[in-house]
Structures are given as structure tokens and as C-alpha cells.
Ligand binder design. Structure first.
Ligand code: CAA
Length: 380
């Protein structure tokens, strides 16, 4: 067992760190205030290979491993969790889904553009009545001649107004339950497909979240992913990998807040000394560092499972459950260490605290992760 990163991994991590500090940091407060999607930065991340990190170079990807993916996600998330969720959804839900289960034609047509950042992808599973209970899909896809007709509503869709390609989960045959669900590729601009108003969110305000409406949207049969009825398993399998990305995002939010709190505690003086010399603050730093180190090991373990071809349903769920808890708890502590300044936007920690919350909700709430973990534990 070797806990050291390879030289290549260190180079990749440092490149992501450098990009986050020089490119993401300067406008991050303004984008959060204005709820502004980082369009130009997404193109730059595409040029750096961050939009198709694990995709085979023959489809335009970077051909890196999952360890590289989580290293990049952590560094981006330390600074800008809005940018990192765009990266995470594009990589692990959309690109991975197409590369693992798409046809060669689908890969040539869509993956090659998604992996380079020319296209942005969105993943459409959640509905007004089907969030955690994902088998209760109300959106329908009715087979007719050479196409399917999609009707329904999808909620809280990341990159919903900005994406070029949408992977849409819908019920084709209600009698078959989850075995009657399919996944489809829907292109932006398809007649009947409407983007609803943008959500005004607590955190990750620079990401673009919308409700989507499908009114008699005709999708050619060749845009179905996998065998008939594979849609629910497709969603579950891609979400297992997605949870590694969100766990790494939560880790980055926590470690970004910790680094700011540590620096501040060495500069700010109270009662005649830097506040890190007071045990009340020093013990908070000790707890933060310990929990963040544990979260990083869990995130790395899940990524390692994926790289080794092991099943990662449980390790990704555990990493997300734990890292998101650490992110929520310790961003609150980072604000506390900053005192009054922690409540002010220019110190960044209040944004990280707001951004942390979603990591306990999207790609399966913490309660859903406990369902996945407990079922795995009991099954053995
Ligand atoms: N891999 C492969 N198959 C799987 C699987 C997995 N990881 N998990 C479940 N399945 C299969 C099961 O084996 C079963 O198939 P069979 O009947 O053929 O054996 C089928 O799927 C149904 O599984 P369950 O009976 O376990 O289904 P359930 O109704 O009990 O639900 C659940 C399981 C884990 C709770 C699931 O509904 C779930 O993960 N819910 C949360 C959904 C979620 O994460 N939503 C996030 C939205 S996406 C998002 O947030 C993206 C974004 O924009 C940021």
C-alpha cells in the first residue's frame, strides 16, 4: 500500500491549484453575487482537459484516472464550487455515462464535443415528485415508429440553461416499473423542449440550475442509451461515480475553508497573541485537519476502487456522506474562527459555508447514501 501521490498526480494537482488561484479566484465573489455562469472559464477548463478528465483520448478526453479527477475536483472546489459542479456533472454523469454505455455513433457525435468542453452536458433525473425516490419517474417516453415522444418536467438541473446535451431519464413502460425506464440524449433546441426560470439558490450560485419542460419532444430511437429498460440502472451506475466527484467537491470546500481559517488564525491577534495560540481556536484547527484528512482518504479510496475496477457503490456513498458532513461542520467553524470577518463576503468562508450545504443534498442526499451503505452492509 502506497499513500504517496505519483509525480504525475502532483503535477496534475498543482496545475488545477494554479488554475483555481489565477483564473477562478479573481471573479468568484462577483459571480456568486450575480449568479453568473462562468462561461469563459468553462472553455478554459475544456482547454486544460478538465471537462473530460477520464475520457479516452480517442474521444477527445484527457485519459486520466479517477485519482486525477478527485485531485482536480478538490483544488477547483477550494476556490469555486460552482465551477467544480459543472466539471463534476460533465465528467462523471454525462461523459462517463456515454463512454461506458453509449453506442460508437453516440460517442462520436456527442462525447467528442463534451470531453473537450466544446459542449456542456446536463443530467436530468430529478422531478417535482421524484427526487430521492428516483424510480417514481413521471416523465414519459412513448415509443412511436422510429422515435420516442418525451413529456414531463425535470427539476434542479445543473447547467440546465447552458447545456448543449441533456441525458434525460423517462418512463417508457409503467407496467414494468424501474425496468421500464430509459435514458435518452436530447439536444438543446429540440422542438418542445423548454428551459424554465433559473433557481435563486443558497449556494453554488454561479452554477446554472433550472426546471426543464418536455412537451411532445421527439427523440430518434438511436438516442436511447443502452438496451430497452436500462435507464434506471444507467442512472444508478453513473451516480455511483458522480458521488465520487461530489465527495471530492465537499472535500475541497472543507479544505479551502480550513486553509483560510488557519491563515487567518495566524494573523489575527486577540488578548495579546495570534488567535491560533488560544486553545479554543487551536482545537478547532486540530479537529478540522483530522476530519479533512480522514475525508481525503475516503475520497481517494473510492477513486482507487474505480481505477482498480472494483465495485465503488459503497465506497463512493461513504465518501460523499462523510466528506459532505465534514464540509458542512467545518465551514461553519471556519466562519466562527474568522469572527465578524467570517460574515463578510470578501473573506470567502461564508460562501464556502453556503456552498457546502448542497453536497449533503445533490446526487443523493445523506439519507440516501445511508440507504446505499446499509443495504451493502446487510447484504455483505
Ligand atoms: N448499480 C446498478 N444497479 C443498481 C444500483 C447500482 N448502483 N442501485 C440499484 N440498482 C438496481 C437494483 O439492483 C434494482 O434492479 P433489479 O430489480 O433488477 O435487481 C433496481 O436498480 C432498483 O433498485 P432498488 O430496488 O434498490 O430501488 P429503490 O427504489 O429502493 O431506490 C435508491 C434505490 C438508492 C434509493 C435510488 O432511488 C437512489 O439512488 N435515489 C437517489 C437519486 C439521486 O441520487 N438523485 C440525484 C439526482 S442527480 C443530481 O443531483 C445531478 C446534479 O445535477 C448535480
Amino acid at each position: 500500500m502506497d499513500f504517496n501521490l505519483t509525480e504525475e498526480h502532483i503535477m496534475i494537482r498543482d496545475a488545477a491549484r494554479d488554475f483555481a488561484r489565477t483564473e477562478l479566484l479573481p471573479g468568484v465573489i462577483e459571480r456568486d453575487n450575480k449568479q453568473e455562469f462562468p462561461q469563459e472559464l468553462v472553455h478554459k477548463m475544456g482547454e486544460l482537459g478538465f471537462m473530460g478528465i477520464m475520457v479516452d483520448p480517442k474521444y477527445g478526453g484527457s485519459g486520466m484516472d479517477a485519482i486525477s479527477y478527485v485531485l482536480i475536483m478538490e483544488e477547483l472546489s477550494k476556490i469555486d464550487a460552482s465551477a467544480s459542479v459543472i466539471v463534476s456533472v460533465n465528467n462523471s454523469l454525462v461523459c462517463y455515462g456515454l463512454e461506458a454505455y453509449g453506442t460508437e455513433d453516440q460517442k462520436q457525435k456527442y462525447l467528442t464535443k463534451l470531453a473537450t468542453g466544446e459542449f456542456v452536458g446536463a443530467f436530468c433525473l430529478s422531478e417535482p415528485e421524484a427526487g430521492s425516490d428516483a424510480t417514481s419517474q413521471q416523465t414519459t417516453a412513448i415509443e412511436k415508429d422510429d422515435h420516442y415522444v418525451i413529456n414531463g418536467t425535470k427539476n434542479w438541473i445543473t447547467s440546465g440553461g447552458r447545456a448543449d446535451v441533456y441525458l434525460v431519464i423517462a418512463q417508457t413502460d409503467r407496467d414494468k416499473g424501474h425496468r421500464g425506464i430509459n435514458a435518452f440524449i436530447v439536444e438543446k433546441g429540440t422542438p418542445g423542449f423548454h428551459v424554465g426560470p433559473k433557481e435563486d439558490k443558497l449556494g453554488i450560485r454561479g452554477s446554472d440550475t433550472h426546471t426543464l419542460q418536455f412537451n411532445d419532444v421527439k427523440v430518434p430511437k438511436e438516442n436511447r442509451i443502452g438496451e430497452d429498460g436500462f435507464g434506471f440502472k444507467f442512472a444508478m451506475k453513473t451516480l455511483s461515480g458522480g458521488r465520487i466527484g461530489i465527495a471530492a467537491q465537499a472535500l475541497g470546500i472543507a479544505s479551502g475553508a480550513y486553509e483560510l481559517a488557519l491563515k487567518y488564525s495566524k494573523e489575527r491577534k486577540a488578548f495579546g497573541t495570534e488567535i491560533c495560540n488560544h486553545q479554543a481556536i487551536a482545537f478547532k484547527l486540530a479537529d478540522m485537519y483530522t476530519d479533512i484528512t480522514a475525508a481525503r482518504l475516503m475520497v481517494m479510496n473510492a477513486a482507487w476502487d474505480k481505477d482498480q475496477g472494483n465495485n465503488y457503490d459503497m465506497s463512493s456513498a461513504m465518501a460523499k456522506l462523510y466528506a459532505s458532513k465534514v464540509a458542512m461542520e467545518h465551514t461553519v467553524e471556519a466562519v466562527q474562527i474568522h469572527g465578524g470577518n467570517g460574515f463578510v463576503k470578501e473573506y470567502h468562508v461564508e460562501r464556502l459555508m453556503r456552498d457546502a450545504k448542497i453536497t449533503q443534498i445533490y446526487e443523493g442526499t445523506s439519507e440516501i447514501q445511508k440507504i446505499v451503505i446499509s443495504r451493502g452492509v446487510i447484504k455483505g
